[in-house]
Design a protein around this ligand. Structure first.
Ligand SMILES: NC(=O)C1=CN([C@@H]2O[C@H](COP(=O)(O)OP(=O)(O)OC[C@H]3O[C@@H](n4cnc5c(N)ncnc54)[C@H](O)[C@@H]3O)[C@@H](O)[C@H]2O)[C@@H](O)CC1
Ligand SMILES: [K+]
Length: 506
């Protein structure tokens, strides 16, 4: 069994529409908490957060559908009205067919209006926006969205996206698919989304990050046990603690990493990976390379131990080197990074196959190591060795010998591949996805596009390998490596306008 140590708090569970509805249904049925009460808690917590940040609200426009999402918006409207703000309500589908709790909330809202501060439009076509207002509150559609936006919903979304006024979304931006993060025709572009009872998976995939804005998680009294089927989580520095450096007594006590890398003309990747891993405070890094490349590594990596294999005229790995590499690996308890700059010689593919067939060392496979793996009929994984694969989308496609598509499809691919092969995968891209053998997946919530430059992958592989060598479990090594990059990116963006370079992430 591969050890998994990441343990996300419930606030970072990512629900899909089915699970959201199931949790909601069970709470009302089994806990006897009615939908109206849940709506009150949802709307009031959003309203309090809005009021906390904005003391002087004059007037707000509420775009409402006919389901419970509109009910949440009406609760917000009532609280803002109590704070003397004017309220304009636009019901895209009219008010005849509102859900029971939404109908009740409309009645209640009207009963609060003693100063004629509410304006109601019963359909989209007659709506004209007030001259001055603060926010557009989006209560058109939530998890009940079933198809591309129809009729006036699409028009209202189009209008809202053209306004200067910020949009605050109830539960999910209207038009965003809660599972896939795809726009269903169109989606409202929110600056803030109040997510009720659970963040939605779609916030993190495909178009999700571009339209969700800041996510405000609002708790609802949903028993935790009802969320246990959830297998997708948001990775966040809020709950993953990064390893801190503790000096060891001896170089071989504080993490040893073997890097099996290099072929003629392709030594730069291994150098970047080694520098990146070294920066995390490892006791020792040992580069195992074809003997012909020794001088390059001697010259560039003075702190790193080198163990060349083969003959002086060997400039790439051959099958015959595998046994010697295996012997070196057995000298010290370590992790192994296999791949940077290995090249694509047929003989190197056989070397990779032979080495992986025999090794029991925890192995991180990157770059050409992944390419070699993709050329094999079967993955030569021993039961004892834990693998972490770090493919970018193109490499992932090669590994599965099929198209993978964007976000949601990539998430499903990674989940399946990890389970079938008892392997951990760090799938690079937007978002970064960590997949584990237990089918749990973790999604990044920062702009990983900054890392789409040559060399960033080597730095990331170096970090994952370093954390593995320091003794972290595979899932946690990947998480620590990704969040390490996020932290470096945000401090760089705080301090300078410099365009980030891969070396900045070392
Ligand atoms: N009981 C609960 O679980 C809670 C639900 N809450 C809110 O309720 C929402 C879910 O409510 P509902 O299930 O009523 O669903 P929605 O309010 O999302 O909307 C469902 C309605 O939209 C229509 N619709 C679906 N797709 C459409 C499309 N493409 N174009 C136009 N109309 C479309 C449907 O016919 C249906 O009438 C959540 O997102 C959340 O905001 C909150 O009040 C908190 C508690
Ligand atoms: K909404």
């Amino acid at each position: 069994m591969v050890k998994e140590t990441l343990d996300a708090p419930y606030s970072h569970y990512l629900l899909d529409a089915e699970l959201s509805q199931k949790v909601d249904h069970r709470t009302t049925e089994e806990m006897d908490i009615d939908g109206f009460t849940l709506m009150e808690i949802a709307g009031s917590s959003a309203a309090k957060k809005i009021l906390q940040h904005n003391k002087q609200l004059q007037h707000n426009v509420f775009l409402c559908g006919k389901g419970n999402n509109a009910g949440d918006a009406l609760v917000v409207a009532r609280y803002l009205l109590q704070h003397d703000a004017r309220v304009t309500l636009v019901f895209i589908s009219g008010t005849d067919d509102l859900s029971k709790d939404t109908q009740k909330n409309l009645k209640l809202l009207r009963a609060f209006d003693k100063k004629d501060r509410i304006t109601i439009y019963e359909k989209w076509s007659g709506f004209s926006a007030p001259n001055n207002y603060n926010f557009i509150i989006d209560g058109m559609l939530g998890t009940g969205l079933t198809s591309d936006l129809r009729g006036d919903y699409a028009k209202a979304v189009g209008w809202a996206n053209q306004q200067q006024h910020p949009v605050l979304a109830m539960d999910i931006p209207t038009g965003l698919h809660p599972d896939s993060g795809e726009k269903m025709g169109k989606a409202i572009e929110a600056v803030r989304t109040f997510s009720f009872g659970g963040r939605k998976q779609g916030f993190y995939l495909n178009d999700g990050p571009a339209v969700t804005g800041t996510i405000d998680y609002c708790d609802l009294p949903f028993p935790n046990a009802y969320k246990e089927d959830c297998k997708t989580f948001a990775l966040d520095t809020d709950w993953v603690s990064l390893p801190s450096y503790t000096p060891g007594k001896h170089k071989y006590d504080s993490g040893v990493l073997h890097i099996v890398a290099g072929s003629e003309g392709l030594t730069g990747a291994a150098i970047m990976a080694a520098r990146s891993a070294w920066a995390e405070g490892l006791g020792a890094i040992i580069i195992i390379c074809p003997r012909g490349l020794l001088s390059v590594f001697e010259h560039n990596l003075p702190s790193v131990i080198k163990k060349p294999v083969g003959k002086k005229e060997d400039y790439y790995f051959k099958e015959s080197h595998a046994e010697q590499v295996q012997d070196i690996l057995q000298e010290k308890e370590s992790s192994m990074l296999l791949g940077p700059g290995l090249g694509r010689n047929t003989d190197t593919i056989s070397f990779v196959e032979q080495l992986l067939t025999t090794t029991t060392t925890d192995t991180i496979i990157d770059a050409d190591g992944l390419w070699c793996l993709s050329q094999l009929e079967e993955w030569p994984k021993t039961d004892q060795a834990n693998w972490i694969l770090t493919p970018h989308p193109g490499e992932l496609q090669k590994l599965i010998k099929d198209e993978i598509g964007e976000g949601h499809q990539r998430l499903n691919t990674v989940r399946k591949l990890c389970q079938e092969n008892n392997t951990t995968i760090l799938s690079k891209g937007m978002p970064g996805i960590i997949g584990t053998p237990s089918r749990k997946c973790y999604l990044t919530n920062y702009n990983t596009n900054y890392f789409a430059r040559a060399g960033s992958g080597d730095v990331l592989a170096g970090k994952v390998s370093a954390f593995s060598a320091l003794g972290l479990a595979a899932d946690e090594s990947c998480a620590a490596a990704l969040l390490n990059g996020q932290q470096k990116l945000s401090s760089l963006q705080k301090d300078t306008n410099k365009i980030p370079e891969p070396t900045d992430f070392i």
